[in-house]
Design a protein around this ligand. Structure first.
Ligand SMILES: [Zn+2]
Ligand SMILES: [Zn+2]
Length: 324
């Protein structure tokens, strides 16, 4: 077993048969059938129950998926029932997904200036971390927050204090918080790598934080990734400021909007302003083989768009050359 693979897959979800581990370590020369083992998938709806998401993901051959742990537009929900948790964990197709992780709901704002919103945010994040932990998910992706006029510094301070409070209240929870890079729309924090590095450096338990890189957000935030050269430069910058070893997931989205627009609009892979070079780079980069990659691109109930985008990504991955 190569040490790269051993450390590659996140804790509880990284149990692969030895043959699969060997396959993954050989992915740099991977023919198409082996690239199916790449940790690749999409965000999946939990309509009908969390375990239904597993079936949706497997119906289009995903090996990784992201889910909400409850309705993403509501603050709170009744706790998960024991049967729902068991139906998810013991699902017959559960192990076919090599990586499953969660995304927090969009209402949460740890930098909220309105006391009620802030209190709701703390409670909702705590409850979602608890749900993700019950489902044995390794991390919950979270947008750092929006300062809503209070200013970047005050906003970041509030995020740090809030994360400290939430994590202190959940000492036994293993699920980590994956801060997501953002487009910086409005007063949203997290569009500069330095802001994420600041949060990680200031919290009391930095080992419970990690990073989710979103290609559309990074690009809209002003980091060019549209060519191999610019992608390499942006990743070196990320590595210098935050450290690529913090990255636990990648959101693969093309962008409808231009680099530096700070407007967050996802587009199908290769159809937006980022273009295929960035995705080819990520899909073939040895550094990212161990990182789950999921789509968050527009789609209908039948998932046809996911199939199209996943086919594009698998094709990009299947060529022999390796970058990085
Ligand atoms: Zn997100
Ligand atoms: Zn994202």
């Amino acid at each position: 077993m190569s040490s790269e693979v051993e450390t590659s897959l996140d804790g509880r979800l990284g149990i692969l048969p030895k043959a699969s581990q060997r396959e993954i370590s050989r992915l740099r020369f991977a023919p198409l059938e082996v690239t199916k083992r790449i940790l690749l998938g999409a965000h999946m709806s939990i309509r009908g129950g969390v375990s239904k998401a597993i079936e949706r993901a497997r119906s289009i051959d995903c090996t990784a998926m992201q889910i909400f742990v409850k309705n993403n537009m509501q603050w709170f929900a009744r706790p998960l029932r024991r049967e729902e948790i068991r139906a998810f964990i013991d699902h017959v197709q559960r192990r076919e997904l090599l990586s499953i992780f969660a995304h927090a709901n969009y209402l949460i704002n740890l930098a909220a200036t309105n006391p009620q919103f802030h209190a709701n945010s703390i409670r909702a994040l705590s409850e979602e971390l608890t749900r993700a932990d019950q489902l044995e998910l390794p991390f919950l992706v979270l947008h750092p927050g929006a300062h809503v006029g209070a200013g970047e510094e005050a906003g970041l301070e509030k995020v740090v204090e809030s994360i400290d409070r939430v994590l202190a209240g959940l000492p036994k929870i293993k699920t980590r918080i994956a801060l997501e890079t953002t487009a910086g729309q409005g007063s949203c924090l997290g569009n500069k790598f330095e802001q994420l590095a600041y949060i990680i450096s200031r919290v009391r338990e930095p080992e419970r934080l990690c990073i989710c890189l979103d290609t559309a957000h990074v690009f809209a935030a002003g980091y060019d990734i549209s060519s191999e050269a610019s992608m390499g430069k942006t990743l070196r910058e990320f590595d210098r400021v935050i450290g690529l070893d913090r990255v636990v997931a990648i959101h693969l989205n093309d962008s409808k909007t231009a680099c530096g627009s700070r407007v967050d609009r996802h587009e199908h892979i290769g159809k937006g302003r980022i273009g295929l070079d960035a995705f080819r780079f990520i899909m073939r980069s040895r550094r990212f083989h161990k990182i789950p990659k999921v789509l968050e691109t527009p789609k209908g109930k039948e998932l046809r768009e996911d199939v199209m985008n996943l086919t594009t990504l698998r094709t990009l991955a299947s060529k022999r050359a390796v970058i990085c």
